[in-house]
Design a protein around this ligand. Structure first.
Ligand code: FAD
Length: 370
């Protein structure tokens, strides 16, 4: 008899497994239907010996010292600030849009103050900002919107930005200085020996057992357990009774090249050309010294593994119906990106898991403290 059955060995499931095993001294079985731990953050050495990420590039960044300190128990870190270039009109320019982006693209020599005026001249007046298109055209105007956002968004989502909620592009900043970092968080690091090694350490405890290639639907009645933590898709838990929650997927094409480097930065975006959205090269992220290099092309797809919840109001309403059921299901805690149907970064999921642990401690104070 396990005290807890934890579905999913990604950040949500693994952070909670470690907390329960060490702080409550209870027995945990973690299952995952994939053949590995670490969820979407899984990394591995490929045939050439290059450390790469099977589900696309994952860069850790957070402003929370608490979350950073928590993960630091399981890994050393490598300082890494991600940089992204866009291939626009045949040249590489910084993304997010900054002073150098505009000066290079238009062959100008604007200062930061002049750039503010330049954006203001082009910005369109939008009465009420509702869609992703509204967000961008009201900040930088239609031409930059067309070059950087429209094609990329159409590829990524299969929808025009005018059909997508404002939250999708609201995340992308525009800068008038020369800062070309993709993220500006206080803590920006990669696990020194990779994510999978960090997860191995997190799950290495006598109270934790891990079973891979095991689907919850197949074993839920077979494995005796008292309580469940579920980090899989919420609609699947309830047998899709209200219908499926829509997701956007990706196809990854991983290629190893007989050369040391392929591109100048970790990621190059292709907003205007190609079928793929971006190419990432892992050695920039990992700092690995290797004579060959591995890159990943990302092709957005309608079918496949669920990666990005589609942010439309009707989908949120459908999720709310499932959430109501989840709230009324005793002894099951729903946590993680798939169970809460929202795009979250890794640090946010760690935060969500730690908050869930605090709620468990309040609800079930009987767990023996060690
Ligand atoms: P997951 O990692 O998906 O783990 C859930 C696990 O549950 C999976 O392994 C799945 O196999 C398992 N599972 C589901 N259903 C079942 C079932 N029925 N039975 C058994 N097992 C089941 N975040 C960042 O902070 N930085 C980045 O740079 C970044 N890049 C990203 C790039 C891409 C392409 C994508 C798609 C996401 C990226 N993210 C990034 C987000 C990051 O992947 C998530 O925040 C994180 O993986 C969420 O962890 P999780 O545990 O909720 O989900």
């Amino acid at each position: 008899m396990y005290d807890w059955l934890i579905v999913g060995a990604g950040f949500a499931g693994s952070v909670l497994a470690e907390r329960i095993a060490t702080q409550r001294n209870e027995k945990v079985l973690v299952i995952d239907r994939r053949d590995h731990i670490a969820g979407n953050a899984y990394d591995m050495y490929d045939e050439a010996g290059v450390l790469m990420h099977r589900y696309g590039p994952h860069i850790f960044h957070t402003n929370s010292k608490q979350i950073f300190d928590h993960l630091s128990q399981f890994t050393d870190w490598r300082f890494y600030e991600h940089r992204v270039l866009g291939e626009i009109d045949g040249q590489h320019v910084p993304i997010p849009i900054n002073l150098d982006t505009v000066n290079k693209l238009y062959n100008l020599k604007l200062t930061s103050e002049e750039l503010e005026g330049w954006f203001a001249q082009r910005a369109e007046t939008v009465d009420e900002i509702k869609t992703s298109e509204d967000v961008v055209v009201s900040k930088v105007g239609r031409e930059l919107y067309e070059k950087f956002f429209r094609g990329y968004t159409r590829k990524q989502w299969g929808l025009d930005p005018s059909e997508l909620d404002k939250s999708v592009t609201a995340r992308v900043p525009t800068r008038t200085n020369r800062d070309d970092r993709y993220f500006t968080d206080e803590f920006q690091f990669m696990p020194k020996h990779g994510y999978t090694r960090m997860f191995q350490k997190m799950l290495q405890h006598p109270n934790i057992h891990v079973m891979l290639q095991t689907d919850y639907q197949d074993v839920k009645h077979l494995i005796p357990h008292r309580r469940t933590i579920y980090s899989g898709p919420i609609d699947e838990f309830f047998d899709f009774r209200f219908g499926r929650l829509p997701y956007r997927s990706l196809q990854f094409k991983h290629v190893t090249l007989d050369q040391a480097w392929f591109q100048p930065v970790g990621t190059v975006n292709y907003p205007m050309t190609q079928d793929y959205t971006r190419i990432s090269e892992y050695k920039h992220l990992t700092g690995q010294d290797h004579p060959r290099t591995t890159i990943t092309y990302e092709y957005p797809a309608a079918e496949g593994d669920p990666y990005y919840p589609v942010p439309k109001p009707e989908n949120q309403e459908l999720f709310k119906r499932y959430e109501k059921l989840a709230n009324a299901t005793p002894d099951v805690w729903f946590v993680g990106r798939l169970a809460t149907y929202r795009y979250y970064n890794m640090d946010q999921i760690v935060g969500q898991a730690l908050a869930t642990f605090r709620r468990i401690q309040e609800a079930l104070p009987s767990g023996a403290e060690t």
